[in-house]
Design a protein around this ligand. Structure first.
Ligand code: V47
Length: 375
């Protein structure tokens, strides 16, 4: 039943908390996910989004680099990485990676987003040489490199302490870390989809150690596979608690599961409605995260644009091509529209069309340039 505020009655206690800027509980999270009033949930998320950022919507010019796709982890949701005994594996030489960076910088990229498979046939120097060579040639290029899962792998495989791994990578040029590898923290579900990988608590612990070293990171959730509603809310609450402790998360990115080519290809993947709901509930639950990203590569441009009205305030980067991992998940509609990603002009147009004000940012959310806002 609705009231004068056109919000379902069951959401009213939550609406009061949101208006008073109070923290929502685990049960509030479940209520938001289970509410039939998607508009109501979206309006509450929009209220928070506007309180934090008004109409500002951020994007950056970046490029993904995936130097090696060999990985021993065998995650069921992953359709990209391969094992050493399988076809289709590659490891870029240093020169190949530098060529990717060169092309990105020529196109105006301010960030390189670097993620790898867990490759058991490379020395640690492969990664430090990569970072230091990139920094030598492009001192101003921000290197957003390595997930918490990779850092955990480095510590165990190369027999170093976490602190040592982080310090060596930082010295070589790691400026911040992307949010991948979080998937779903809840133990039972995580064990079902990624048996051989860093567990949820270890992921959070490593993020805390990276924050303690003065390095910002992002966080993600992979949704729309076998996870439950409780798993989603649990994920938000654990991230929120970690943020209270170490405060280094910049941005949260819900990642819509893309089934083709994975061991879970029989699943349908999340609907557009579900994606809007995950974005809105994450905005409402993660009150101590500044930014929520609608990652257009996986959502599709039109849904990402809509998500700006459901709590998201960032569209991520333009992706000027070359990131094998992300290219492989780009939704089919987007592939048909453009194999080259989105141009800066297109991202700006998407944001203005949605009624927001585009702000080009660097990786650490310093504004670089604002564009004419929609009136
Ligand atoms: O960790 C893997 C996810 C992540 C699939 O920090 C899949 O700014 C959908 O973390 N369908 C890597 N998703 C990407 C990532 C990311 C992307 C954009 C921005 C940032 C950031 C981080 O992609 C993996 C995993 O969770 N993933 N397989 C799939 N089939």
């Amino acid at each position: 039943m609705q009231n004068n505020f056109f919000i379902d009655r069951s959401l009213l206690p939550i609406a009061e908390k949101v208006a008073a800027d109070e923290r929502l509980s685990f049960d509030d999270g479940l209520t938001l996910f289970r509410s039939e009033d998607l508009h109501g949930v979206g309006r509450l998320a929009d209220m928070v989004r506007r309180r934090k950022h008004d109409r500002k919507t951020y994007f950056n010019v970046n490029r993904h680099l995936n130097p090696t796709n060999y990985c021993y982890a065998d995650c069921k949701f992953c359709g990209f990485f391969v094992k050493h005994n399988q076809e289709g594996g590659y490891t870029h030489s240093l020169d190949e990676s530098l060529a990717v960076a060169r092309a990105a910088v020529a196109e105006g990229a301010t960030e390189l987003h670097i993620v790898n498979g867990l490759n058991t046939r490379l020395p640690f120097a492969y990664y430090t040489d990569l970072l230091s060579s990139l920094k030598r040639e492009f001192p101003a290029l921000h290197l957003k490199a390595f997930t918490m899962v990779e850092l955990d792998f480095f510590a165990k495989f190369y027999k170093m302490s976490d602190e040592e791994v982080i310090a060596k990578l930082k010295a070589a040029g790691m400026d911040s870390c992307p949010g991948g590898g979080a998937e779903v923290f809840a133990e039972k579900t995580r064990a079902e989809i990624c048996t051989h990988k860093t567990d949820g608590n270890r992921w959070l612990d490593m993020a805390g150690k990276v924050h303690a070293a003065g390095i910002k990171t992002n966080a993600t959730i992979l949704y729309g596979h076998v996870e439950t509603t409780e798993n989603r809310v649990d994920h938000f609450v654990r991230l929120r608690e970690q943020q209270e402790k170490t405060g280094g998360f910049q941005c949260f990115i819900p990642l819509a599961f893309y089934p083709p080519g994975t061991q879970l290809s029989h699943l349908p993947g999340p609907s557009g409605i579900d994606s809007l709901r995950v974005i809105a509930v994450s905005r409402l639950m993660l009150d101590n995260f500044d930014h929520i990203k609608a990652y257009w590569v996986m959502l599709g441009k039109k849904l990402a644009q809509t998500a700006l009205h459901f709590g998201a305030n960032d569209l991520d980067g333009t992706i000027t091509g070359g990131g094998e991992l992300m290219e492989s998940y780009k939704v089919d509609a987007e592939k048909a529209e453009s194999d080259q990603g989105a141009s800066k002009d297109e991202i700006i147009r998407l944001i203005i069309e949605a009624g927001f004000e585009p702000v080009e940012r660097d990786t650490l959310y310093h504004p670089l340039r604002s564009y004419a806002a929609a009136s």
